[in-house]
Design a protein around this ligand. Sequence first.
Ligand SMILES: C[S@@+](CC[C@H](N)C(=O)[O-])C[C@H]1O[C@@H](n2cnc3c(N)ncnc32)[C@H](O)[C@@H]1O
Length: 208
Amino acid sequence: MNNNYDKIANHYDTLSRLVFFKSQVNAQVNQLPYIPKDSSILIAGGGTGWILEEISRIHPDRLKIVYVEISAKMLALSQKRDYKNNQVEFLNMGIEDFNTDVLFDVVLTPFLFDNFAEERAAKVFQQLNGCLKRDGLWFIVDFSLNKVNGNWWKWLLLKSMYCFFKLLGIVEANQLVNMNPYFLHTGYQIVEQRFYYRSFIKAVIYRK
Ligand SMILES: C[S@@+](CC[C@H](N)C(=O)[O-])C[C@H]1O[C@@H](n2cnc3c(N)ncnc32)[C@H](O)[C@@H]1O
């Protein structure tokens, strides 16, 4: 299983809205005003690409975006989006295989890491850390469970989601990896942290 969402690309946004209403969208959209103008942005696992339209509402031009998506179907949907006068390079590959000499001002990983087993999460974290400029911003949004917000229904919903994706043979993870220690041990600072959907969704902006 390589976390490729081809099988549900055409239905992903509908499913997300059915279960989480607009929480997954709001968690990401509320981070976007932190994107500096004229910046270079790396998006890993952007799904159907609706985020490109939201970004372009704020910055209609002068952004250089690299959009890496492992699902060819998700990528095809993303290419049809209206990203105004921004420059977008679409790459159909796993982020693990992405190489660059250019460092980015901003990295976005919305609902990417909760697909990964710990080994892949650690590897992708190191790789993306290497792609981000000093003082650059990393926007991460994922599901979140801990002793404080770990209500039974969140565990149940998470288990059901992982079962559903396992049945489809999509997602490798069986449990969430807490990425916060990776950021803190690497010296990142939290710029903003917000919770959605009764704290089941956590959106954090880190500064390198
Ligand atoms: C849970 S979906 C989230 C989609 C989108 N970020 C959203 O919130 O609507 C995860 C996306 O990441 C993509 N993905 C999974 N593993 C990936 C990888 N290693 N590299 C790039 N994209 C990946 C999947 O194909 C899928 O489109």
